[in-house]
Design a protein around this ligand. Sequence first.
Ligand SMILES: Cc1cc2nc3c(=O)[nH]c(=O)nc-3n(C[C@H](O)[C@H](O)[C@H](O)COP(=O)(O)O)c2cc1C
Length: 312
Amino acid sequence: MNLKIKNVELKSNLILAPMAGLSDVAFRNMCLKFGAGLVCTEMVSAKALSYKNKKTEDLLITLDHEVPKAVQIFGHEPEVMAEAVKNPLLAKFDIIDINMGCPAPKIVKNGDGSALLKNFDLAEQIISACVNATDKPITVKFRIGFDEKENIAVDFARMCERAGAAAITVHGRTTKQGYSGIVNYEAIKQVKQAVNIPIFANGNCETREDYENILKITGADGIMIGRASLGSPEIFEEILSGKKPDVNKFEQIKYHYETLMKFFPEKAVVLSMRTHLANYLKKEYKNTKLLIELLKMNSYSEIIEKLRQNML
Ligand SMILES: Cc1cc2nc3c(=O)[nH]c(=O)nc-3n(C[C@H](O)[C@H](O)[C@H](O)COP(=O)(O)O)c2cc1C
């Protein structure tokens, strides 16, 4: 039987991480097509939602067949977070995830993201308020601690479960570590042993071997994959089936641009696609001259023509 988060059944136990600026609607759908069990928007400010901020609302664009999908919200005020959960724009999402792991200084300074690892009481109030505001599963994504001095992962996970979280994702690094350095899978294992809700292990899963090892070490129910999916949405199939799927990178890139252009102006899409483009080309097309030329272009037709000449 497939893994479930409360009443939501996942297609597999390998799920896509929220990534600011990158987990857009097109990318999420490609990952789902290749077997991702669940996809998630990038983090969305609960406060900005309360102001009906257009840029924030744009992050909530989805496709009809995008199932199952989660939205991730961040903030530090329980009432504002509960209001966000009830926002009609969130109604189409199956799961609502709360960000308690973001290490970015401007987020932490504001008391959001991983600042909440230092404030269990407030974190608990936020989770409870969100749980009480909806019947949907509320999940929490957090890190193993703020710095190496304290490993709070087990206590924090127990608090999340007590407050009503339906699942948790643990990034096995501290806030201080940012995105590099050793991932502490032992700490994730301790979390798994301490709570009864599904646990997703996160950090540095790049291959089928990693996937098998991380599941073995941690005993986690599933794995969340972030950076390794960039430029390679097919990684979900590759890891789950153990076989490299046959993909056409040109068609992937074309789908990515054209899906985004259904919703956003060409200029904005060309800009937001730059990091994705670099990722798509990094493995098979290590031609830096080509990438430099592409990154200077401002129109989609110019970019796609150049890609056609070099990739087909
Ligand atoms: C560019 C970028 C943006 C990210 N944005 C978010 C975010 O919006 N919310 C979140 O919870 N984590 C965010 N993360 C963290 C990832 O979800 C994930 O926890 C981290 O990259 C570790 O997983 P990985 O080693 O598989 O990449 C971001 C990471 C990257 C690289």
